[in-house]
Design a protein. Structure first.
Length: 340
C-alpha cells in the first residue's frame, strides 16, 4: 500500500502543502485560519496520516528527543524521570535513557548523540555537590541545550533545578514548633568513612542553626555514620532517651526513621506519642508506608524533572536564550502525617 504523504493531506484538505506543514509544525510566519486548520486535521484523521519523523527532523534539524542521564539504580533518578516524561509528552518530545556516572568521560556518548542530531538536549540528575568543569566546557563548546537537576548549585554558568534546602528545614521546624512548642534535635546521617556533607546538607544544617539561635535556643545536632541494624541500635535507643527538652528529631534522610522506629519498638516507646520524628526527604518512598506514617518535608523530584524538561525545551525551540541560565528553585513539600 502506498504511504500517505503530506501532499495527499494537502490535496484532500484543499490547501497548500505549506499550510499542512504550518499546522503540523507551528511554522512561524504562516497564518492558518481555524477553518483550514480543521480541514487539515480532518484529512489527517481520515487518511490515517503519520508524520515521517526522519523527514521532519531533516527539515527542522531536531530529533524531538531528549536524553535523560543518571544512575539507573538510584530511586531519585526514577522520580525525576516521572516529571521529565510528563513535560516531554505534553510538548511532543521523547525521552532517551542514558545510564552513567557523573564523570565527563562517561558522558562523551551524549555529546556524540547530540552531534549526530539524535538528541536535541540533555537533562542530568546529579548529586547536590556535583560540579564538573570539564563537562560544563564540553556542553558550552558544542552549544548543547543542557539542564542539571541538583548539580552545579554554586555555578551561575549552568542552568540547574534546585530545592530550597534551607527553607525546607525552616518549614519543618516551624511545623514541629506549632505542634509541640519545643525544638527538635537534628540528626545528620552520612555515608563513607568521613563526614563530608554535600551542599544540600550544609544548607540544611546552617538553616537549623540559624532557626534555633533566632529563638535563643541551643542547637542540638547529632552527626552519625550510617550503619546496619543492630550494629548501631544502642545509639538510636540513647537518642530516644534524650529527655523532655527535646521530644523528637528531624533527620536529613528518611532511612534514619527505620532505625528510630525499630529502636522505639524494642524500647516499648510509641513514635508519634512518646517520641516525635520528621524527615527531610522521601528517597525510598517509604514515608507513607511506615507505621505510624512519617511526617516529612520531601524533595519534589518529579516537579524538578518537569521544570528541567520545560526549561530545556525552551532552549531547544529558541524560546529562551541559552545564555539565560537562571536557576530554578522549588519548595519542599510539607507532608504532615502521624509521626508528628
Amino acid at each position: 500500500m502506498k504511504r500517505v504523504t503530506s501532499f495527499d493531506v494537502a490535496a484532500k484538505a484543499g490547501v497548500s502543502r505549506s499550510v499542512v506543514s504550518a499546522v503540523l509544525n507551528g511554522t512561524p510566519g504562516i497564518g492558518v485560519s481555524e477553518e483550514k486548520r480543521r480541514a487539515v486535521l480532518q484529512a489527517i484523521e481520515e487518511l490515517n496520516y503519520v508524520v515521517d519523523a526522519q523527514a521532519q527532523g531533516m527539515r527542522t534539524g531536531r530529533s524531538r528527543c531528549i536524553a535523560a542521564c543518571g544512575d539507573l539504580r538510584n530511586p531519585l533518578f526514577a522520580q525525576m524521570l516521572e516529571g521529565l516524561q510528563k513535560a516531554c509528552a505534553e510538548q511532543g518530545y521523547h525521552v532517551l535513557l542514558y545510564g552513567g556516572t557523573q564523570l565527563a568521560s562517561d558522558r562523551q556518548g551524549l555529546v556524540e548523540l547530540f552531534l549526530q542530531r539524535r538528541i536535541d538536549g540533555i537533562v542530568t540528575k546529579d548529586s547536590t555537590s556535583f560540579q564538573d568543569d570539564e563537562w560544563r566546557r564540553q556542553v558550552e563548546r558544542h552549544r548543547i541545550p543542557y539542564v542539571s537537576v541538583e548539580g552545579y548549585p554554586e555555578t551561575a554558568e549552568v542552568t540547574s533545578v534546585q530545592m530550597d534546602y534551607a527553607q525546607s528545614i525552616r518549614t519543618a521546624l516551624d511545623y514541629a514548633w506549632s505542634k509541640l512548642g519545643k525544638p527538635l534535635t537534628y540528626v545528620e546521617l552520612y555515608n563513607g568513612p568521613e563526614h563530608r556533607p554535600n551542599w544540600g546538607d550544609r544548607q540544611r544544617t546552617s538553616a537549623y542553626n540559624e532557626w534555633m539561635r533566632e529563638r535563643g535556643l541551643e542547637p542540638r545536632i547529632r552527626v552519625k555514620p550510617q550503619a546496619e541494624w543492630p550494629e548501631d541500635s544502642g545509639w538510636w535507643r540513647e537518642l530516644l532517651r534524650s529527655g523532655p527538652e527535646s521530644p523528637g528529631c528531624l533527620t536529613n534522610w528518611s532511612r534514619a526513621a527505620v532505625s528510630l522506629y525499630r529502636a522505639a519498638f524494642e524500647s516499648g516507646m510509641r513514635i508519634g506519642q512518646d517520641y516525635f520524628v520528621m524527615a527531610a526527604d522521601n528517597t525510598e518512598r517509604l514515608n507513607a508506608g511506615l507505621v505510624p506514617s512519617l511526617s516529612a518535608v520531601e524533595v519534589p523530584y518529579a516537579e524538578m524533572g518537569e521544570a528541567a524538561g520545560n526549561r530545556l525545551i525552551e532552549y531547544i525551540e529558541e524560546r529562551r536564550e541559552r545564555t539565560d541560565t537562571t536557576r530554578i528553585w522549588l519548595p519542599a513539600k510539607l507532608m504532615a502525617r502521624e509521626s508528628l
